[in-house]
Design a binder for this molecule. Structure first.
Ligand code: SF4
Length: 381
């Protein structure tokens, strides 16, 4: 590990009546400005200015805005804030992966109100992995977050805030990058939680992130990952329009029922049918299927052939993920030789099947690990 973990403190804004500007649509800000008696001719200009300062300038205080009337900024600051959620811990791996443990607002300052956000830099892109819930209800047996009870859904502002925090820490604001070379190029909703069990907030957050006047992230560069909440899959395509990833991990119900227990409610037949009808497939966008490689559980060549069979009608990319063991887990990672053989069977059948390079292992980058470690240390003290 290059960097030992760094404890950070930042201002907390715990007043629940103070709203975050970056959790609002432009239309909501515009309505608010009307209430502050901004003349209607100026309303659209002022809304855009505020939106630009927030999402291109990366300001955290209204006092940093220098082209809007002071009185209006004063009024805004009584009802809104630009401040982020606080970072409880920041870690940097020797492979450049960064991980933040973020404190969310809570009534009792519980350590249970923390989420994780991870930045993974690669040669040609930088991916930010964002959480949608504190904990999770789904108990996937290979997933560390699955051992943490659901505390609550995140708000749209808390989801957007993770991107702003990462941009702050990576100095990734437009004003500092005149050539617009962004460090964060891709966003994946693959952190803690099942995004489709927090559909409305996730939808709003992603719509804010893709708004052309603000962060303007391309929908093609955002991937929403689900464990297979079938009734929402079509809505993701129609209402959000981002790329879809499915945590598949098995091609037979009897194995998937154990690895991803929500499979008992939405079995493979229904899930695959929803994927075959995913609206973006018509634009020849591939669906990514995540497949964690677990020794002697789902890694036989027979399993690979079953996978080919069930995905035969879906333009697919299959990400093979070597299992990253966590304390107390019951699984082991498949041998590398076996993973390569598995990948070759898929490749020979025409599927793109990259083997994911483990990242950030020295900083507990597997989802949910940093939070558990922090709670464990606090209990020990
Ligand atoms: S894999 Fe995703 S849905 Fe399953 S327990 Fe982990 S966070 Fe929840």
């Amino acid at each position: 590990m290059l960097d030992t973990s760094l404890e950070l403190s930042s201002t907390k804004h715990d007043n629940p009546n103070i709203k975050k500007i970056y959790g609002q649509f432009k239309s909501e800000i515009s309505e608010e400005l009307e209430k502050f008696h901004v003349p209607s001719k100026q309303n659209s200009m002022r809304t855009k200015q505020l939106w630009n300062w927030t999402f291109l300038g990366g300001v955290t205080e209204f006092s940093e805005i220098n082209n809007m009337p002071k009185e209006l900024l004063n009024q805004l600051s009584k009802n809104y804030t630009l401040s982020r959620n606080s970072i409880a811990k920041e870690q940097k791996s020797n492979d450049g992966t960064m991980k933040w443990l973020i404190d969310l607002e809570s009534e009792n300052n519980s350590t249970n109100n923390q989420i994780e956000t991870v930045f993974i830099p690669e040669e040609k892109r930088g991916t930010l992995c964002i959480s949608s819930q504190i904990g999770c209800t789904l108990n996937c047996t290979f997933c560390h977050t699955g051992t943490q009870k659901l505390v609550r859904n995140l708000t749209a502002a808390e989801i957007v805030s993770q991107l702003l925090i990462a941009k702050d820490r990576l100095n990734d604001w437009h004003k500092n990058n005149p050539n617009n070379v962004r460090k964060i190029t891709n966003v994946v909703m693959m952190g803690m939680g099942e995004p489709l069990y927090n559909f409305e907030a996730v939808k709003k957050a992603l719509q804010i992130m893709t708004d052309f006047d603000g962060l303007a992230l391309s929908k093609r560069r955002i991937t929403l990952s689900t464990s297979g909440i079938v009734p929402y899959i079509e809505r993701v395509g129609n209402e959000i329009g981002v790329s879809l990833a499915v945590s598949l991990h098995a091609a037979k119900d009897e194995i998937r029922d154990i690895l991803v227990p929500i499979n008992k409610k939405y079995p493979l037949r229904e899930l695959i049918n929803a994927c075959e009808n995913y609206p973006r497939i018509k634009n020849s966008s591939k669906i990514t299927f995540e497949y964690v490689m677990l020794k002697d559980i789902n890694d036989s060549l027979e399993d690979a052939k079953d996978l080919i069979k069930i995905l035969s009608n879906i333009p697919s990319k299959i990400n093979l993920i070597p299992f990253n063991p966590w304390p107390g887990s019951n699984y082991m990672c498949s041998d590398m030789k076996k993973i390569r053989e598995f990948a070759k069977v898929l490749l020979d059948a025409g599927f793109s099947s990259p083997i994911r390079k483990p990242r950030g292992q020295d900083i507990l980058a597997a989802c949910g690990q940093l939070k558990s470690e922090t709670i464990r240390l606090k209990i020990k003290k």
